[in-house]
Design a protein around this ligand. Structure first.
Ligand SMILES: [Zn+2]
Length: 324
């Protein structure tokens, strides 16, 4: 899921252009890149400072946000979510919201051409700034949670923490490494020569070796450093027979770009889209070969691709069927 939607990834439909388009337009990204409507979720924890809920029209001119929500965050920044569907806004001024909480539904109210989310980020002076870097990342100086789902961490093979006001190296070590005296490890990992840290600074918390040793608890056979390793057993089926996150990531550049080495996100993509798209996610199972080899399966499943993967997990691998 994207950070701004409940069920779908974020898909940009119109970029930020200072002066003419002071926000970014997004829709949900469904299978085959189809645009989807979805619930809009709060980007970060904060307090609702403005809402309009009863706007009923779509306007050809003007600059109306239609139904919208504006939230103030702990670093003084604001996020704004515009053009929501009439009657869908679920929060009011003064409400505390948490990251990921649904606040309304995508709509076409105000000056809008087709349902979408118009998303703005404003600094502490209420000046609109480029929201693009923050779509899937924390605002400057805001964290309190490990950035395990941020886009920036996809570029790294370690988990990171963004320093916020009042943080000390000791405090961060105590909270995330379980022992304040381990702040020396954070210093070493980040090449710090003093104990001074700055708000907004991104610190690595674990080395590659840490991630690898804690992540080797699955049957995936993966040798790359993956993070957020989930259980591959779903509804009694062990998808480790058809899914290896490192293979999947390395085979498809679009997935590598989107999810990096986040095994949970890769697995979720595989379950939601990858099987339908006949993607290969492990060297030992190619669904196209499996389908073309067995007429009994084609009669049973037709073009329902996920069924071939599931058949292999349940029966095919025990029957030693041909898979590559
Ligand atoms: Zn817009």
């Amino acid at each position: 899921m994207g950070r701004l939607f409940k069920n779908y990834d974020n898909k940009i439909t119109q970029a930020y252009k200072p002066g003419t388009h002071n926000g970014i337009d997004l829709v949900g990204k469904g299978n085959n890149n189809v645009s989807c409507l979805d619930y809009i979720t709060a980007h970060s924890d904060g307090t609702v400072v403005e809402t309009v809920k009863n706007y009923t029209t779509t306007d050809k001119t003007g600059s109306s946000y239609g139904n919208y929500v504006k939230i103030q965050h702990s670093n003084g920044y604001y996020t704004l979510y515009a053009h929501m569907k009439h009657g869908s806004v679920t929060v009011s001024v003064g409400d505390k919201v948490t990251q990921g909480q649904a606040i309304g539904y995508m709509g076409n109210t105000g000056h809008s051409f087709g349902a979408h989310l118009h998303f703005e980020v404003r600094n502490e002076s209420n000046t609109k700034i480029d929201p693009t870097p923050y779509i899937d990342a924390n605002l400057p100086g805001i964290s309190g949670t490990i950035n395990s789902t941020s886009a920036s961490s996809d570029k790294e093979s370690v988990r990171t923490y963004t320093v916020q006001k009042g943080d000390t190296l000791w405090g961060i070590a105590e909270k995330y490494l379980g022992n304040g005296s381990r702040y020396t490890e954070i210093k070493q990992l980040n090449g710090l020569t003093s104990d001074t840290i700055n708000i907004g600074q991104v610190l690595k918390l674990y080395s590659n070796a840490d991630i690898q040793s804690s992540g080797s608890n699955t049957a995936s056979g993966s040798t790359a450093a993956m993070k957020n390793i989930p259980s591959y057993v779903k509804n009694g089926l062990n998808y480790a027979l058809v899914f290896d996150p490192a293979y999947y990531m390395n085979k498809y550049n679009d997935l590598k770009q989107a999810f990096g080495n986040d095994a949970a996100k890769l697995f979720n993509h595989f379950l939601t889209y990858g099987m339908k798209e006949s993607r290969q996610a492990i060297s030992t199972f190619n669904v196209t070969v499996y389908k073309s080899t067995y007429e009994d399966l084609r009669k049973a499943f037709g073009n329902d691709m996920p069924s071939y993967y599931k058949h292999y997990i349940q029966y095919g691998h025990k029957e030693n069927r041909k898979t590559t």
